[in-house]
Ligand binder design. Structure first.
Ligand SMILES: [Zn+2]
Ligand SMILES: [Zn+2]
Length: 105
């Protein structure tokens, strides 16, 4: 089964990242709102600020989740996930990889 970031698959506590403000939280302890359309989980602050009941920025593609972005890039560019992972592993470890990523900003 594929694991989706920010996707709650069971009732137990689970961490999430709000797609609007990038704040992380826990679905069990935080006051959160999820969208029926895209299953995104938003923090309470963003829910109030963006009136998500009628207007979900993820559904409207105003905000694109990393999951959707990665899936889109892999499919639209016909990229092989395994090759990408190998490329990333060539950096040795995550610390080196992130260092490289920062140098590209
Ligand atoms: Zn938020
Ligand atoms: Zn939505």
């Amino acid at each position: 089964m594929k694991k989706r970031s920010g996707f709650v698959s069971n009732s137990s506590s689970s961490s999430f990242t709000c797609p609007i403000c990038d704040e992380t939280g826990d679905t069990e302890y935080d006051d959160i709102v999820s969208c029926n359309g895209c299953d995104s989980i938003f923090c309470y602050t963003c829910k109030d600020a963006n009136n998500l009941v009628e207007h979900c920025p993820v559904c409207k593609l105003e905000t694109v989740s990393d999951y959707d972005m990665i899936t889109y890039l892999l499919k639209s560019r016909s990229l092989d996930r395994k090759l990408i992972v190998e490329e990333m592993r060539a950096h040795g470890n995550l610390t080196n990889l992130r260092k490289w990523l920062r140098s590209k900003e």
